[in-house]
Write a protein that binds this ligand. Structure first.
Ligand SMILES: [Mg+2]
Length: 164
C-alpha cells in the first residue's frame, strides 16, 4: 500500500486535548481558573511544540476567541496555540437529551477523524470517559488541578507516541 504523501511537508504538531474544570482550576482553590495550574500549563507548552484543542464543556457556550481571552486573562501565554475545539456531539438532535451522557472520548475521536494526520496526542482531564483513547489520558486530580508532576507525565507520553 502506498502511503499518502504530505505534499507541503509541513510538520504535524502533537495535540493536547484540554479540559478546564479540574485541570486548569482546582476544587481546593475557589477560583474560576487557577494561576498555579495555568502556569503549569504554560510550562508544559514551553517544553513541547504541541498545539491545544479544547475538549472542555466550556467550549459549548463560548467561541474559541472567548476561550483564548479567558485563558489569557488567567495568565496563559500562548492563546494562539489553541487551534480548535472538539465537535459537540449533542448538536445531533437525537442526542440532545443526553447532554452529559456523551463520552468525551467520542468527541475527541470525531475531531481526530477530521484531522487524520494527527497521530500524536494526549488528553488532559479529571474524568475518565475517554474510550477508545484511555492510553492517551493523563488523569488529573481535580482537587489539585494540573501539577508539574502531571506535566512530566504528559511530556513522557508525547515522547512515547512520537516514536510510533
Ligand atoms: Mg473536568
Amino acid at each position: 500500500m502506498v502511503r499518502p504523501q504530505n505534499h507541503h511537508n509541513e510538520k504535524v504538531k502533537p495535540i493536547i486535548f484540554l479540559d478546564f474544570d479540574g485541570v486548569l482550576n482546582a476544587f481546593d482553590e475557589p477560583r474560576i481558573l487557577s494561576e498555579k495550574c495555568v502556569s503549569a500549563f504554560n510550562y508544559l507548552l514551553e517544553q513541547t511544540d504541541a498545539d491545544v484543542v479544547v475538549s472542555s464543556t466550556w467550549r459549548v457556550l463560548r467561541s474559541i476567541e472567548e476561550l483564548r481571552l479567558i485563558l489569557e486573562t488567567a495568565g496563559f501565554k500562548y492563546p494562539e496555540r489553541i487551534i480548535g475545539v472538539t465537535p459537540i456531539a449533542y448538536k445531533d438532535r437525537k442526542k440532545l437529551n443526553i447532554l452529559l451522557g456523551v463520552r468525551r472520548g467520542r468527541e475527541i475521536e470525531a475531531w481526530l477523524k477530521e484531522h487524520p494526520k494527527v497521530k500524536n496526542f494526549v488528553i488532559l482531564d479529571d474524568d475518565t470517559d475517554m474510550e477508545p483513547f484511555m492510553d492517551r489520558l493523563i488523569k488529573i486530580n481535580s482537587d489539585k488541578g494540573l501539577t508539574l508532576r502531571n506535566v512530566k507525565k504528559v511530556l513522557k507520553l508525547l515522547g512515547e507516541f512520537k516514536k510510533e
